[in-house]
Design a binder for this molecule. Structure first.
Ligand code: AMP
Length: 282
């Protein structure tokens, strides 16, 4: 496995890979890798000759400085896991390498309504930061296919929009959410939870399943109310949102017969740790 830290060295190595442009997959991450990340690597390996992964905790996408400071860093273990997963090349840039001109006054993307819904509403500026870093990474890695997790449902939508806006030539593939045995979506932030909190946090998945089961028989508003109450009862400290929405726009659905396709999305706090998850309902 090749490990590079600079854009120049990344380009030099990619330049030597025959057929790279036709058969390469890229998995961008912020490290603290778990089975969810590795499932993206596995998917890329299945479909491409080369798999590139980046580990970079992007400062511009954190709206909460405390979240940034506390973001888990486990680089030694990450490299071992990537080696084990058969990753061909790892890119570990510094902030300076990614943002040579600094992180102030960066470009702004016209993402439209999607930017202000759900994650965008509760984390102002977050998606601009995501686009800023993913654009730079895609320019540098220029893979055939970009692999993203369904766990970050809205992020997939935003990155797809950014790719459309910038005309980057890359296919996007979404990989299903990998879960713990109890249903909790795997997340680097789970590392900040105690064993007991991890058990309680499975309630998010349970409530998503409840919404899926009751969909069509109970009004969306009532489902959201019940799920919110159940999360608080299960030990969540705050439910930031539960939304039942159209997958293409994330517009809330007010009645069960309003939309053919339905997704439910949740963000809730267990202590100081903010967890998100989603499920296709129909
Ligand atoms: P992150 O390191 O959290 O920025 O995530 C890097 C990539 O892994 C993103 O595309 C995430 O959506 C994806 N990912 C994170 N958690 C999971 C999971 N539990 N299952 C599948 N993909 C995931």
């Amino acid at each position: 496995m090749i490990i590079v830290e600079t854009l120049a060295s990344l380009e030099a190595h990619i330049g030597k890979m025959a057929d790279y442009q036709r058969s390469s997959g890229f998995v961008p991450t912020m490290g603290a890798l778990h089975e969810g990340h590795l499932s993206l690597i596995a998917e890329s390996k299945k479909e491409n000759r080369y798999t590139v992964c980046s580990v970079f905790v992007n400062p511009t996408q954190f709206n909460d400085p405390k979240d940034f400071e506390k973001y888990p860093i486990t680089i030694e273990a990450d490299l071992k896991a990537l080696e084990g997963a058969g990753c061909d090349l790892v890119f570990l840039p510094s902030v300076k390498e990614m943002y040579t001109e600094g992180t102030a006054n960066l470009e702004h993307y016209e993402l439209g309504e999607i930017e202000n819904r759900l994650e965008g509403f509760f984390r102002p500026g977050h998606f601009q930061g995501v686009c800023q870093v993913v654009y730079r990474l895609l320019k540098a890695v220029h893979p055939k296919v970009l692999y993203l997790g369904q766990k970050d449902f809205q992020q997939v939508m935003v990155i797809t929009k950014m790719i459309e806006l910038t005309g980057l030539e890359v296919d996007v593939k979404t990989v299903p959410t990998k879960r713990e045995a109890n249903g909790l979506a795997m997340s680097s932030r789970n590392e900040r939870l105690t064993a007991e909190q991890r058990e309680k946090a499975a309630a998010i998945h349970e409530q998503l399943l409840m919404i899926k089961k009751e969909w069509g028989t109970v009004a969306p508003e009532q489902l959201i109310k019940t799920a919110t109450e159940n999360l608080l009862k299960a030990g969540f400290d705050k439910v930031e949102y539960i939304s039942i929405a159209e997958p293409a726009s994330l517009k809330p659905i007010e009645s069960a017969d309003q939309s053919k396709e339905v997704v439910a999305l949740v963000a809730a706090f267990m202590g100081p740790v903010r967890l998100i998850d989603n499920m296709i309902i129909r």
